[in-house]
Design a protein around this ligand. Structure first.
Ligand code: SF4
Length: 377
């Protein structure tokens, strides 16, 4: 069992909050042709690594995959199909920006026959919010996207939603969550806005053009999103992810379950044989890497301590939690000190233990980054 991730590193423009690697370009940018040549080479180059694996999931992410004409996605998929063994039950997801949701694009998706899951960055359901976030689309585009999903029979899709920014009101959240639930959106990824260095928002924050709300504001909005979605039958199966029954993302769930995966494209990461590897993150260096037939820019073999830390980090992100007896038998050296920290006065109130699985409660999830980093060896 394993997965493949394809990173398409192009965006029409940079959103205010985004710190992912992407290159600003339109559909006719000359970089695209060179990128296509290189990613096809890379997929073939790495195929021997997974010659004994069956691919269960493929994810086209970015950046903005829908910036490419769909025939290019088909070329990439066909290269994968010709060089890897694909499961008959393949989950194949593509991110489509709402402004690219057209009849032509959806008809191509449907006719292709291989895409069976979609993901869209709606981010907000009001134009003021979209403008604040620096998105390149309107709410009308979001509605059109949903109509096209229905028209072309895509019933497995996800929308992203951002909360925790100064102009977002609780009334607006209530309206959006009600809309999502009424429309039976199968999967919702809800993120609180983080302001990372090297983003447009960071500069705006420094110059006082935007303001960061306090923790109380974030917590209220987080609780509101959570309670509205849970009351409508959504399963909060991972820190930022909610799904209706059977509609969780298999691709992302595999990351949390340590399933091996290969990543293609600039900045893409891979994990197999207890090692993590990654590609050059800028296009020119990535082109050079592939030109020199280098599988990865860097490779790191995980030590037992790294593996223990990753197990904790990934396990505590999920609603299932960490299997405590498995952790004890695999990591006897670290286990006692881990449990001591979990039971400490500082952290004990943030955990729940359910038949051998240790998980964070809602307050714990809200500060999970801090708690998890404190539990590391
Ligand atoms: S959020 Fe998505 S669309 Fe916006 S700049 Fe980042 S990768 Fe591109």
């Amino acid at each position: 069992m394993s997965g493949l991730y394809v990173h398409i590193p192009f965006c029409v423009r940079k959103c205010g909050y985004c710190d992912f690697y992407s290159v600003k370009c339109g559909k006719d940018n000359h970089f695209i042709a060179v990128f296509m040549k290189n990613i096809v080479k890379e997929i073939i180059l790495k195929s021997y690594l997974f010659e004994n694996e069956t691919i269960q999931t493929i994810y086209f992410g970015g950046g903005t995959p829908s910036i490419l004409p769909f025939e290019m996605i088909e070329t990439i998929f066909n290269t994968i199909r010709d060089n890897y063994k694909l499961s008959e039950n393949l989950e194949c997801t593509i991110e489509i920006n709402p402004e690219h949701a057209t009849e032509e694009y959806f008809s191509a998706l449907k006719n292709s026959g291989f895409i069976n899951r979609l993901s869209a960055g709606f981010q907000a359901m009001d134009d003021q919010g979209l403008k604040y976030l620096g998105r390149n689309h309107s709410v009308k585009d979001n509605y059109r996207y949903l109509n096209l999903c229905e028209k072309y029979g895509f019933d497995n899709f996800s929308v992203d939603y951002i909360f925790g920014y100064e102009i977002l009101t609780e009334k607006e959240i209530e309206k959006s969550m009600k809309f999502f639930a009424d429309k039976k959106i199968p999967h919702i990824s809800a993120y609180s806005l983080g302001i990372e260095d090297n983003t447009i928002f960071y500069k705006k924050l420094l110059s006082g053009k935007i303001h960061k709300p306090d923790d109380e504001f974030f917590l209220r909005q987080f609780r509101l999103v959570h309670s509205l979605l849970e009351s409508q039958g959504y399963n909060h199966y991972e820190i930022s992810n909610y799904s209706l029954p059977e509609k969780h993302s298999r691709h992302n769930s595999n990351y949390w379950d340590f399933v091996p995966y290969l990543g293609f494209g600039p900045s893409a990461h891979s994990y197999y044989n207890n090692s993590r590897s990654w590609n050059s993150c800028r296009l020119p260096e990535y082109f050079q890497q592939i030109d020199e037939q280098k599988l990865f820019e860097e490779n790191e073999v995980l030590t037992p301590t790294d593996i223990f830390n990753e197990k904790i980090m990934l396990g505590l992100r999920t609603s299932k939690g960490l299997n405590i007896s498995a952790l004890k038998s695999c990591f006897p050296l670290f286990f006692d000190s881990f449990i001591k920290k979990v039971k400490s006065r500082e952290f004990v109130e943030y955990f729940e233990l359910n038949s051998n699985y240790l998980k964070l409660n809602l307050d714990g999830i809200f500060i999970s980054d801090y708690i998890i980093s404190e539990l590391f060896e």
